[in-house]
Design a protein around this ligand. Sequence first.
Ligand code: AP5
Length: 274
Amino acid sequence: MLPVQRRRASIPWARPRCLSVAQRQREARTGLTLKAPVGSVPGMRIVLMGAPGSGKGTQSQRLVERFGIPQISTGDLLRSAVARGSEYGRRAKAAMDSGQLVADEIVLGIIRERLAERDAAHGFILDGFPRNLAQAQALRTMLAGIGAPLDAVVLFEVNYAEIIKRISGRRTCPQCGRVFNLHDASSGSTPRCDHCDDHPPLVQRRDDEEGTVRRRLEVYERETRPLAQHYAAQGLLRTIDADGPVEEVTARLVATLSSVPPAQPSAHAPQTAS
Ligand code: AP5
């Protein structure tokens, strides 16, 4: 198990922020309440975007260990909803199995609920959300409504040959959700989780079958990649080379985030009067 390192104090966006009366009134109007106590120290609020298999989940888990803020992965939340057989899960399953995007209405409902949980008041890593312009606009409105805009959006660039190789070897722990890769020597010859006490066998995701991966890549190019331009226009986009050993990518990611100036609560608020 990697040691938990909390270095929030050394990063520029780790600053005290009190919720004003106006911000609390906006929370009440939008229905999205971060429940941050006055005087708390929220951390960074970032989006990791990139093609399937580009390493968003892997790097999110490292940022969680390093900075102690939660990873919010819509893919994980949806898979958990499917496994539980919840209403959201039943409606999402067909789209996920075929490599298409799940309906915005479902994803936004899930995100709204998750962002309202207490741990998200101290910053968060959005992994795999937003995935199209409508989701990006809805997120911006939600966060502007509580005076908590994004600090940065990081785009992971990896060539497609590497992506196909990574996805074909990806295995996940069904208990703790950690991601492994059969091509990684440290995974060992027996694909079992080395973080859980009873070392459960790792499993392959249903949507990692070749034809489904091809469709997911098409959907990414058509729906999600254009968001890079959208966020570049807002001055939020940072791009990293996500090729190379995991630790090197982590170092690039942390260096990139360390250079991000703190977002101003009003900087990305909608222009319309509320
Ligand atoms: P989701 O679960 O989000 O999948 P994805 O975005 O396609 O991303 P992946 O999880 O495949 O890849 P990743 O970038 O996290 O890579 P990882 O770190 O695992 O979404 C699944 C489905 O849910 C979607 O298709 C859609 O249907 C639905 N959905 C989700 N969000 C939605 C939304 N917002 N709106 C609508 N629908 C939504 O790494 C991959 C492998 O590579 C691993 O084995 C890892 O160990 C290995 N690896 C990682 N980094 C490296 C490295 N540097 N070198 C070598 N190997 C590496």
